[in-house]
Write a new protein. Structure first.
Length: 443
């Protein structure tokens, strides 16, 4: 018995000595436990276009512009900061990153890939300021300075005088301040307009200087739809509640983007900012897909679904063969989404991509349906019969479809032609009021 105990103790001592020599498999008591599980973190979109620095919660610091793939301990939080190279701007990062301006975080719960987008500055840029400003900063130059500070925050290299706020004064309109510059794109690269005072608005501005959506926001503009001056809060020197300013809608389309309503000067709001680089005419590329338009005519909302379908088909675009068009409306049993193919691409008549059918069914669009079949941009904010719910895919509620488009004593849900946010569900009204426009979808 004594010899067995000594033998076991001797074996243990030899193993410990082997571990101290670094060649054995037994860990030292102060080694901190087994090594952590490592997960791959990969990067796309950086090469030559932007720089990235990052740290992790465990202290790993690879420095600037890491390799394409890093191994990060599982459970670590990765903190990142990025910048575009000269001549480029940041245009977005994949949704797995919790973005805060030009920085972001991500927790390593699995192998992940982060995709960055950096775009060359070839057109003029327009964005919604991430900050609200008061109306009394002391003149339009103070707001130009706000915009320049935000361009610096977005780490965009620029020259003096290239940055301005889209604001008018009583002596000089925003259109005059822009001068000959034309061709404006959002921070994600999607076109907004060739000329800002034209009704040809391809996308709502919607994004701030770091390409983040701003949500539902009014925006100080002091500018009418044609680029001329509107209310300007005493030329941006007063926040008195008795004064008003022309305000735009960050999700607005033709006219509404800059001249949605009159707002009080006493409430701080964001502003639009421009980075001016180009005076070259800009024609956005045309996408492909099935066409969606808003009807030019109206249908009596208690005349039956067939009447709405007939209206849509009668307004089908010219210039080539097209399939039948049907109204994007629910019937008595099926939602409006039955008129969409979830796998198809849909565009406006001007070729602007609206989304896949599955996106539209969920009420999500890349742009507004504010164009008729003959390519006219609807400049007024017309109500459009939709028939209830927050999206075309929601179950039918006969209480909001005029009783399957037959009962004048019911109500009807309506959308707005002037907004990407409210295109499907803006309000409701009595079915006995008046005829309404409809959205028409190519089958």
């Amino acid at each position: 018995m004594y010899h067995r105990v000594v033998t076991r103790r001797l074996a243990t001592l030899l193993a410990l000595l082997a571990g101290c020599g670094g060649g054995g498999a037994v860990e030292r008591p102060d080694a901190g436990g087994p090594p952590p599980d490592l997960l791959d973190l990969s990067f796309e979109g950086l090469s030559g276009l932007g720089e990235l620095s990052l740290t992790t919660s465990s202290g790993y610091q690879p420095g600037v512009t890491p390799p394409r793939t890093l191994q990060i301990p599982a459970g670590d939080t990765v903190t990142m900061s990025w910048s575009p190279r000269e001549g480029y701007h940041f245009a977005g990062v994949s949704a797995n990153v919790h973005q805060d301006g030009m920085t972001g975080t991500l927790t390593m719960t699995r192998t992940q890939t982060i995709t960055f987008r950096f775009l060359p500055i070839e057109q003029n840029l327009i964005f919604v300021s991430s900050e609200n400003v008061t109306a009394d900063l002391g003149g339009v130059e103070a707001y130009d300075a706000v915009c320049e500070r935000l361009v610096i925050r977005a780490r965009i290299t620029h020259e003096p005088g290239e940055v301005m706020a889209w604001l008018s004064t009583s002596t000089r309109s925003a259109g005059e301040r822009v001068g000959l510059h034309r061709g404006f794109v959002r921070m994600d690269g999607r076109p907004v307009a060739d000329l800002l005072w034209s009704p040809d608005i391809r996308h709502a501005v919607e994004l701030d200087e770091t390409a983040r959506p701003v949500g539902s926001r009014e925006v100080f503009t002091g500018t009418e739809f044609d680029g001329t001056a509107g209310g300007t809060c005493a030329d941006w020197t007063s926040s008195a509640s008795t004064l008003s300013a022309k305000v735009g809608d960050a999700h607005g389309g033709p006219t509404r983007w800059t001249a949605a309503s009159n707002g009080q000067c006493s409430f701080p709001l964001p502003i639009y900012c421009l980075l001016l680089r180009s005076e070259v005419p800009f024609e956005p590329p045309r996408d492909f897909g099935k066409i969606v338009f808003v009807s030019r005519g109206s249908f009596p909302v208690t005349s039956g679904l067939a009447a709405a379908d007939a209206l849509c088909d009668s307004e089908r675009p010219g210039g080539g063969p097209h399939n039948p068009f049907r109204a994007l409306l629910p019937d008595g049993t099926a939602p409006a989404s039955r008129r969409l193919n979830f796998e198809w691409r849909y565009i406006r008549p001007d070729g602007t991509f609206l989304g896949m059918g599955g996106d539209l069914a969920l009420g999500q669009t890349w742009s507004g349906i504010w164009q008729t079949s003959d390519a006219y941009y609807v400049t007024a904010d017309y109500p459009v019969a939709t028939g209830g719910g927050r999206s075309p895919d929601e179950p039918v509620d006969l209480g909001f479809t005029c009783g399957d488009w037959r009962d004048p004593l019911k109500v009807v849900s309506v959308g707005s032609t002037g907004s990407t946010l409210l295109w499907w569900s803006a309000t409701s009204t009595d079915c006995a009021t008046r005829p309404m426009r409809v959205y028409c979808v190519e089958q």
